[in-house]
Ligand binder design. Structure first.
Ligand code: BG6
Length: 484
C-alpha cells in the first residue's frame, strides 16, 4: 500500500536519466494523483544550483507541446514540491546536509513515521558510495527506506556478483528495487494475463504447437554521441541480457502459484535456469556502417578507432524443460536499423496438409512498441462464392480497441510499484545472476578474453540488419509466409 509521509530523493537529478525518465515520470504520477499525500521530491547532484534553478530545470524536462492549460497548472503545482541539495557522492558530510534537509521537511509531519525513497539516476561507479552514504547518513529510523537502482549491474557474472554483494552490505533485498524498465511496459505486463487468463492461449503455449519464437528490438538511430558508454557494453549487455531476456522469461515461465512478487520471480528464475549459456554457433553479430549520409558506428567520434563492438546481435536460446524442449527462441536487437519496433513473434507449426496446400503458418504477434497490439495471423475463407483460404488477422490494436485508454509510461508504472512496495516487476538478485550466467561466456568471447574477438558483419545504417539475418532465422525453422 502507499505510504504518506514520503520523500523521494533523486540522485543524479541533473543527469540524463533524471531528465528523460525519472522526473517526467514523477510528474506524470503527480498529475494523475498517484503520488503520496504531501510528497516532496528532493534533487541531489554535484551541479551547484539553487532551488529555483532546479525547479525551472526540472519542469523544462516535462513535455506540454500543445500548452494544455490543465497540464500547465499541474506543472506549477509540481514545481512547489521540488527542492534541491548539491553535494558529492562520496562525501559523507554532504549526505549529512541532505539529511538535515530531509528532517526539516519531515518536521512538519503530524506522525513520527518517515518514509524515504532513494532513486539512483546515477552511473554505476557511484552506486556503492551512494548506497553506503545514504545508509550511514540518511536512513530514516521510523518508516520504510527504499532504493531504486538501474542497470548496468556489472558487465559479467563476476562483476555483477561483486556489485550485488557490495550493495547488500547496506540494503536488503526487501529494500532494493532493481529496474528493468521493460517490465514496466504495458504489453510486457499483458503477457501474463494473455497466457494465464485465456485457456485458448494457454493451451497452445508449448513445443507441440509452437515452431519458433522471435523477440525483436529495433531502433532507427545509432549511438549518436553515446558511443563511449555503448562501446564498453555492446548491444548484448545493453538490450539482450536484460530487456529481451526478461520478456523471454515471462513468455516461457510456468504458471505462478499467485501474482505475488516472490511466486512470479520464482517461476522466472526456474525457467532461466533451464537455459544453457548461448553459443557462438547460435549467434550472429553485426555493426552498422555509414549509408545515405548517416555515419557508421566507427565514425562516431566517441567510439574508439577500429572497435569490433557489436551494435546488432541475433542469438538463439534453448530451454531444456518438457514444455519447451527443441523450440528455438531467437533474440535479436540492433541499433541504426530501418524502423523502431519491439515485438514478440510466435510462429506456430504447420497445420496438417492435404485439404490445404501452401497456407501460411499461424503467428501470434505481441507488439510492445510503438502502437501496442496483439494480433493473430490466421487463415480464413476468402469472402465470396469460392472456397479458398486466405491469410488474415485477428487484431487487437490498442489505439483502435481502447481508444481512450492512457497507456502509462514504463517508469510511471515502476515508480508507483516501488512506492507501494510491490517487487513483482523488479529484478531479483538471483534473476540477475542467472541472466549473467547465460550471457557471460559469449560476452567474454566478444570481448576477446578467449582469443581474438569475432568481427561483426557490417550492415548499412537504416537497413534490416546483416544480410545473413534471413538465413539465420530460417535455420531455426522460421518460415516466411508464402506470397500469394
Ligand atoms: C536502454 C538502452 O536500456 O533501453 C538504450 O540502454 C535503449 O540503448 C533503451 O535505447 C530502449 O528503451 P525503450 O523504452 O526506448 O525501448
Amino acid at each position: 500500500e502507499m505510504k504518506d509521509n514520503t520523500i523521494i530523493v533523486v540522485f543524479g537529478a541533473s543527469g540524463d536519466l533524471a531528465k528523460k525518465k525519472t522526473l517526467p515520470a514523477l510528474f506524470g504520477l503527480f498529475r494523475q494523483g498517484y503520488l503520496p499525500t504531501d510528497v516532496q521530491i528532493v534533487g541531489y547532484a554535484r551541479t551547484k544550483m539553487d532551488k529555483a534553478d532546479f525547479q525551472s530545470r526540472a519542469v523544462s524536462y516535462i513535455k506540454n507541446p500543445d500548452n494544455n492549460a490543465a497540464i500547465s497548472a499541474s506543472i506549477q503545482k509540481f514545481q512547489d514540491i521540488l527542492t534541491y541539495v548539491d553535494g558529492g557522492y562520496d562525501d559523507g558530510s554532504a549526505f549529512d546536509a541532505l539529511n538535515v534537509h530531509l528532517e526539516a521537511i519531515e518536521a512538519k509531519y503530524a506522525s513520527k513515521e518517515r518514509n524515504r525513497l532513494f532513486y539512483f539516476a546515477l552511473p554505476p561507479n557511484v552506486f556503492v558510495p551512494v548506497a553506503k552514504n545514504i545508509k550511514e547518513h540518511c536512513y530514516a529510523e521510523t518508516g520504510v527506506n527504499r532504493v531504486i537502482v538501474e542497470k548496468p549491474f556489472g558487465s559479467d557474472l563476476d562483476s555483477a556478483r561483486e556489485l550485488l554483494n557490495a550493495l547488500k552490505q547496506y540494503w536488503s533485498e526487501e529494500e532494493t528495487y532493481r529496474i528493468d524498465h521493460y517490465l514496466g511496459k504495458e504489453m510486457v505486463k499483458n503477457i501474463l494475463v494473455l497466457r494465464f487468463a485465456n485457456v485458448a492461449m494457454g493451451s497452445m503455449w508449448d513445443k507441440t504447437h509452437i515452431s519458433n519464437v522471435q523477440i525483436t528490438f529495433k531502433e532507427p538511430f545509432g549511438t549518436e554521441g553515446r558511443g563511449g558508454y555503448f562501446d564498453s557494453f555492446g548491444i548484448i549487455r545493453d538490450v539482450l541480457q536484460n530487456h529481451l531476456l526478461q520478456v523471454l522469461s515471462i513468455l516461457t515461465m510456468e504458471r505462478p502459484v499467485s501474482f505475488s512478487a516472490e511466486d512470479i520471480r520464482d517461476e522466472k528464475v526456474k525457467v532461466l535456469r533451464s537455459i544453457p549459456p548461448i553459443t557462438r554457433e547460435d549467434t550472429l553479430l553485426g555493426q552498422y556502417v555509414g549509408a545515405d549520409g548517416k555515419p557508421g558506428y566507427l565514425e562516431d567520434a566517441t567510439v574508439p578507432r577500429g572497435s569490433v563492438c557489436p551494435t546488432f546481435a541475433a542469438t538463439t536460446l534453448w530451454i531444456h524443460n518438457p514444455r519447451w524442449e527443441g523450440v528455438p527462441f531467437i533474440l535479436k536487437a540492433g541499433k541504426a536499423l530501418n524502423e523502431a519496433k519491439v515485438e514478440v513473434r510466435i510462429q506456430f507449426k504447420n497445420t496438417t496438409q492435404g485439404i490445404f496446400n501452401d497456407i501460411a503458418r499461424n503467428e501470434l504477434i505481441i507488439r510492445i512498441q510503438p502502437s501496442e497490439a496483439v494480433y493473430l495471423k490466421i487463415n480464413a475463407k476468402t469472402p465470396g462464392l469460392q472456397t479458398r483460404a486466405m491469410a488474415t488477422e485477428m487484431d487487437l490494436t490498442y489505439n483502435r480497441r481502447f481508444a481512450d485508454a492512457k497507456i502509462p509510461e514504463a517508469y510511471e508504472a515502476l515508480i508507483l510499484d516501488a512506492l507501494q512496495g510491490d517487487h513483482s516487476n523488479f529484478v531479483r538478485h538471483d534473476e540477475l545472476d542467472v541472466a549473467w550466467k547465460i550471457f557471460t561466456p559469449i560476452l567474454h568471447w566478444i570481448d576477446g578474453q578467449s582469443g581474438a574477438p569475432p568481427k561483426p558483419v557490417p550492415y548499412p545504417y537504416g537497413s534490416r540488419g546483416p544480410a545473413e539475418l534471413n538465413a539465420f532465422v530460417e535455420r531455426y525453422g522460421y518460415q516466411r509466409s508464402p506470397s500469394r
